[in-house]
Design a protein around this ligand. Structure first.
Ligand SMILES: *Cc1c(COP(=O)(O)O)cnc(C)c1O
Length: 417
């Protein structure tokens, strides 16, 4: 079979203004970068605190590599779990205010692993329709029933939870240790007892800060519903960790909520400026992940030096109130400066400030015009966002100066004319 079918697929995407391509940075990540040989002011990285090129992190990474080498050499459960990993997990659990934490190589893998390990065929996952792709993929992989609710629609979430029965009585003589819905290898052996109808599990999964919109999930209300209906709650704080809440502790701290039923996940490649992700939760949840999360078990541990760098990053995050205050100033400056623009900023109080353009081509066009003038803002188009909501996703970083944001505001006004 020839690959022509693939080419026509790509051609079709290109016609719709949806073809994706990459640009190459010749400098470290920062607001002032060199791209494809040219200097450029960037508003499209998730390095919210400006730590991705911080000297203390670089030094910690070098030190970690000196002491522990480059590769972990094996999965965590084999021989790849090293001292810096262990230390970082303790520090992250402490930071998140949870009994235990577990490192994953990426946030994508953490979400796949958590959902797949905690729910299966007979269980139900409840998901916001604007959740990140990794949560969407995770629920499909888990084979649980899927109930999606309209973005932040608490009434719909409540009614979906109500409709889902949570338990069925156990049949007599069943085996409580066997898991329902799993391949049962022993069904022909003597003394076989079928698995009990275990309690149906309910898991609500949500972004804390929605990655393409910048708005917050209504976490206190979601938690109350989870308590009322005895559901677990997975919170993906990829964009809140390090940025929101007291000392950068994230979205849960921002709302002042905590509960054992919350499974907290955050990424370490965004505000933390390095790479990786972690899950913080009750010890029994972490032990379950260590035993059942495929994306944890069947993959090589991340380089230990990354954990060394992340230990340094965690300290800078905790001491980063000045960075966070400056970031808030920039957000206010941008929103004030663009309030009378032809295109509207979507309602967001976070570092993610999407400018709604609607049309795919117009969004791409505006992004290209900015680029010609030395400013890089990514155009986000379907399927990453719903049809008809193409946008420029402006992300601000504490590393931006007031003059950088002023420059962007002026240029957008000029292009709107
Ligand atoms: C970036 C992101 C992820 C994936 O994290 P990686 O570490 O980049 O794999 C997961 N969830 C959300 C909401 C994200 O924005």
């Amino acid at each position: 079979m020839s690959f022509a079918v693939l080419q026509s697929g790509l051609d079709q995407r290109a016609e719709q203004g949806l073809l994706r391509s990459r640009r190459t940075l010749q400098s470290p990540q920062s607001p002032h970068i060199v791209v494809d040989g040219k200097p450029c002011l960037s508003f499209c990285s998730n390095d919210y605190l400006g730590l991705a090129n911080h000297p203390q992190l670089i030094a910690a990474l070098q030190q970690g590599a000196q002491q522990y080498g480059t590769g972990a050499g094996a999965a965590h459960l084999v021989s790849g779990h090293m001292q810096p990993h262990e230390q970082l997990e303790y520090a992250l659990a402490d930071f998140a205010g949870k009994p235990a934490a577990l490192l994953f190589s990426t946030g994508y893998m953490a979400n796949l692993g958590v959902v797949q390990a905690l729910v299966g065929k007979n269980d139900t996952v409840f998901a916001d329709k604007l959740n990140h792709a990794s949560l969407n993929d995770a629920m499909l992989l888990s084979r649980a029933s899927i109930k999606r609710y309209r973005h932040n629609d608490m009434a719909q979430l409540a009614s979906l939870l109500e409709q889902t029965e949570s338990s069925r009585p156990d049949t007599e003589g069943c085996n409580p240790l066997a898991r329902e819905g799993r391949l049962d290898e022993h069904s022909r052996t003597e003394g076989y007892r079928p698995p009990c109808h275990t309690r149906r599990r309910k898991l609500v999964i949500t972004d804390a800060v929605f990655s393409m919109d910048g708005d917050l999930a209504r976490l206190p209300e979601i938690l109350a519903l989870c308590e009322q209906h005895d559901a677990w709650l997975l919170v993906d704080d990829a964009h809140g960790f390090g940025v929101l809440g007291e000392r950068g502790r994230g979205s849960l701290a921002h709302f002042g909520i905590a509960s054992p039923r919350i499974i907290y996940m955050a990424t370490l490649g965004k505000a933390a400026g390095v790479f990786g992700a972690f899950v913080a939760a009750e010890q029994v949840v972490i032990d379950t992940l260590i035993n059942h999360a495929h994306s944890y078990v069947y993959t090589t541990a991340a380089p230990p030096a990354l954990a060394s760098a992340l230990l340094a990053s965690l300290q800078l995050i905790e001491q980063g109130d000045d960075r966070r205050t400056h970031l808030q100033q920039l957000i206010a400056q941008l929103r004030n400066g663009l309030h009378d623009l032809r295109w509207k900023l979507m309602p967001s109080a976070t570092a993610i400030q999407p400018l709604l353009i609607s049309d795919n081509r117009a969004a791409l066009d505006l992004s290209n015009k900015l680029r010609e003038r030395g400013i890089w803002v990514a155009a986000i188009r379907p399927p990453t966002v719903p049809q008809g909501t193409a946008r420029l996703r402006i992300t601000l970083s504490a590393a931006h100066g007031l003059a950088d944001v002023k420059h962007l505001i002026e240029l957008l006004h000029e292009l709107a004319r």
